[in-house]
Design a protein around this ligand. Structure first.
Ligand SMILES: Nc1ncnc2c1ncn2[C@@H]1O[C@H](COP(=O)(O)OP(=O)(O)O)[C@@H](O)[C@H]1O
Ligand SMILES: [Mg+2]
Length: 141
């Protein structure tokens, strides 16, 4: 499905709608240029999943793991250019028992688990973003 949102709040609400369908072990991949709303989307989903407090961009830390009924992981691979096995070993715990959101999944190469959903965002104008959500029933297959 594809919609155009008119505010960050609308993007967060859209994300909350996806969040209720997610299960432990699921990964949501988020693609789109800087400033299209990937982190905003994750914020909306994380809140809906019970994360209290601030959900901020992990740009300078690779990842955050938030405590929630099911822990929520948020990774930003913007600064990664191809993972080696050791680097993947550092990232793997973020996917253990969590619902995980990954910005710039393209930079993770083939290491990432198959996504439950792929979210692609693009600019329409200053306040509008086109948001496409593709869901996969059996991401492992
Ligand atoms: N419809 C919208 N959806 C999401 N963000 C929006 C929208 N309109 C304006 N914005 C703004 O765009 C910026 C998106 O930033 P962010 O979520 O960090 O993007 P990214 O993680 O893709 O770099 C925020 O400043 C946000 O307020
Ligand atoms: Mg971001």
């Amino acid at each position: 499905m594809e919609v155009v949102t008119a505010s960050p709040q609308e993007t967060e609400a859209l994300a909350a709608g996806l969040a209720v369908e997610l299960r432990p072990g699921d990964l949501v991949a988020l693609s789109g240029e800087l400033g299209t709303g990937k982190t905003t989307f994750v914020r909306g989903a994380a809140r809906a999943l019970g994360v209290a407090g601030i959900v901020s961009s992990p740009t300078f830390t690779i990842g955050h793991r938030y405590a929630a009924p099911v822990d929520v992981a948020h990774l930003d691979l913007y600064r990664i250019s191809g993972l080696d096995p050791e680097e993947w070993g550092d990232l793997e715990p973020y996917f253990d028992g969590t619902i995980a959101f990954v910005e710039w999944p393209e930079h993770g190469g083939d290491w990432l688990p198959a996504p439950r959903a792929v979210v692609t965002l693009s600019h329409v104008d200053e306040e509008h973003r086109r948001v496409r959500i593709e869901k996969h029933d059996d991401p492992g297959l």
